[in-house]
Design a protein around this ligand. Structure first.
Ligand code: ZN
Length: 150
């Protein structure tokens, strides 16, 4: 458990306790459900896209602290971004949690998302941290089926 402590940093605990943008977005024009069977995390991502910009984004669902905090921080960091920028953030985030090299010196442009760099050492947690992102990506593609991280 001591090793896990570094994963559960204050920012993650705070976003798990008080998730930002956790609500149904009535004006959403993109939506997708995601499921991580390894951990049991479930998430629904709502996106309102206008003129290729993420005008608003929210989520609903329940899961472990990592998945909830990740969804919360994701909505904060991509709201207002262009679709291209949001996808670029996803790629940098994905790199950081899957590559030891990237995790060592996360891109400063990731801002608060850098708090997830410790996840790279817990492969089972990578899916918790990326579930909301994969689901967001699928929502943009207007897929309506449930996304599984498997
Ligand atoms: Zn999880």
């Amino acid at each position: 458990m001591t090793d896990l402590r570094e994963l559960y940093q204050e920012l993650i605990l705070d976003h798990n306790k008080r998730p930002r943008n956790r609500r149904k977005l009535e004006s959403a024009n993109r939506q997708c459900d995601g499921y991580n069977p390894l951990c049991g995390d479930r998430v629904t991502i709502f996106v309102k896209v206008k003129d290729d910009v993420v005008e608003d984004v929210s989520f609903e669902g329940s899961g472990c602290a990592i998945s909830t905090a990740s969804a919360s921080l994701m909505t904060e960091s991509i709201k207002g971004k262009s679709l291209a920028e949001a996808k670029a953030v996803f790629e940098r985030f994905h790199n950081m949690v899957t590559s030891e090299e990237s995790a060592k010196s996360p891109e400063s442009s990731l801002g608060k998302l850098q708090v997830f760099s410790g996840v790279v050492r817990y492969p089972a947690r990578v899916k918790c941290a990326t579930l909301a992102w994969h689901t967001f990506n699928a929502a943009l593609a207007s897929k309506i089926e449930t996304v599984s991280t498997e």
